[in-house]
Design a protein around this ligand. Structure first.
Ligand code: GDP
Length: 435
């Protein structure tokens, strides 16, 4: 759908070539592309402009590092700055021994109620005693929705009645805590479809009564540009302490995260990654930076490849990467560290792999079995494997046709990656990874 920033930069940077220092004109050309790509990734205009200005300053006169080319050096500068802008390291909300109250705010549909349930589940599993407070009196079904989630997670819930005053809600929560000790109270609040003053007043009143230790703004990653206004307004009125970016499993490239984080300066604690109760992860700035760049963590991949003796990378020509090579590579790649982590570094791979797909020893054996059930001719040219053969290979190796399809798809993705890596090294056949 998007042409990745990585690819575009590559085009410009191919022209930069092998020089050891970046000139101003080269950097300027690259920065234009970066700004366009950020806008395409739905980063707010002002945020993109500031970002490009910062990166440009750093990149001019930047010495080309070690084995990297000038092109890769610019990508690295952009990548590093993206990570910094997204918060640098992964941050977690403050958690005291007891008396934690988290206030969840955001527009209707952002995923507030869902995220409240997810947090209850996550922190219960960490040994916290969670109480949920359903205070979204705006959306008709929100309180019932949270009740279902509470039951699913196995935590108590207190439902706010229509027209109940903030003081009364506070009193009821205190009353509950007297008989049932809870060290983390999470309050789901009312949202509206758009920012509106009456809503902000209502939230501010409830916040004053509840005195939360964290006020988490839930932002839908798909809202793109709008995320900036939303974040700014909520922060002004309810003093946000952290962000939750939902629907990162969708097509959104992460521009909303960059905008919301830039304008509030508040840490992004979590990313919502599915509709399920388990679909909440700590927010990893480096992964999202890679996603905005549209190229996965290619630098990380290069660095790890440099460290490992990766003969399989020395493919004759990247386009020739066949299933034999895949098998060799899978076996050798294990030396580079946990394979699951490594595969996530490959662009598109995290989405190509089905949910719960865990690459481990057993997985490698499965792949091994599947490839071994193919003829050498098929391994060299997987395109000839038709439906009938897929069925036979599946039977022969004790797998399903879906497994075979998945493997062939994974191979295609890896082939694309090999081509891209090949290009990063100047596309010479037989080129080795930079050392
Ligand atoms: P609220 O109005 O802010 O409370 O929104 P909800 O929690 O009801 O969420 C709105 C919709 O977004 C629901 O259909 C959720 O299932 C969905 N949703 C929430 N978070 C995520 C997420 O991280 N990924 C995906 N795919 N869907 C989500």
């Amino acid at each position: 759908m998007f042409e990745s920033l990585g690819n575009k930069l590559q085009d410009i940077l191919d022209r930069v070539g092998k020089e050891r220092q970046l000139t101003e004109a080269q950097v300027k050309a690259a920065m234009r592309e970066i700004r366009m790509a950020l806008l395409e990734a739905d980063v707010n205009f002002g945020v993109a402009k500031d970002f490009v200005a910062r990166v440009g300053e750093q990149a001019v006169g930047q010495q080309v590092e070690g084995s990297l080319t000038a092109g890769q050096t610019v990508v690295k500068v952009v990548h590093d700055e993206l990570i910094q802008t997204l918060g640098g390291k992964t941050a977690q909300p403050e958690l005291r021994a007891e008396g934690n109250v988290w206030f969840m705010v955001g527009l209707q549909g952002a995923g507030k109620t869902t995220s409240t349930g997810k947090l209850a589940s996550l922190y219960k599993s960490k040994g916290r005693r969670v109480l949920l407070v359903a205070a979204d009196t705006q959306r008709p079904a929100a309180r019932d929705q949270l009740e279902v989630l509470a039951r699913q997670v196995g935590v108590p819930i207190l439902k706010v009645a229509d027209g109940e005053s903030p003081a009364e809600t506070r009193r009821r929560v205190d009353e509950h805590l007297k008989t049932d000790f809870r060290d983390l109270v999470i309050v789901d609040t009312a949202g509206r479809l758009q920012i509106d003053e009456a809503l902000m007043d209502q939230l501010a009143d409830l916040q004053a009564a509840m005195q939360p230790t964290e006020s988490l703004l839930v932002v839908d990653a798909m809202t793109g540009q709008e995320a900036l206004n939303v974040a700014q307004t909520f922060d002004r009125r309810v003093k946000v302490t952290g962000l939750v970016i939902t629907k990162m499993d969708g097509d959104a490239r992460g521009g909303a995260a960059l905008s919301a984080r830039s304008v509030t300066g508040k840490p992004i604690y979590f990313a919502g990654t599915s509709e399920k109760i388990s679909g909440l992860e700590p927010f990893y700035p480096d992964r999202v930076a890679g996603r905005i760049l549209g190229m996965g963590d290619v630098l990380g991949l290069i660095e790890r490849a440099q460290q490992a003796d990766l003969k399989a990378m020395e493919v004759k020509k990247p386009g020739d990467f066949d299933l034999e090579d895949l098998l060799t590579q899978l076996r050798q790649i294990r030396k580079m560290g946990p394979l699951g982590d490594l595969l996530k570094l490959i662009p598109g791979m995290s989405r190509a792999l089905p949910e719960g797909f865990n690459v481990d020893e057993a997985q490698i054996q499965r792949v091994d079995a599947m490839i071994s059930s193919m003829t050498v001719k098929e391994r060299r040219n997987p395109k000839i494997i038709d439906g009938r053969r897929r069925k036979r290979i599946a039977e022969g190796s004790g797998h399903t046709v879906q497994d075979i399809n998945r493997l062939l798809k994974m191979h295609e993705q890896m082939k694309d990656m090999m081509k891209m890596l090949g290009r990063m090294q100047g596309g010479k056949p037989g080129a080795k990874m930079p050392r």
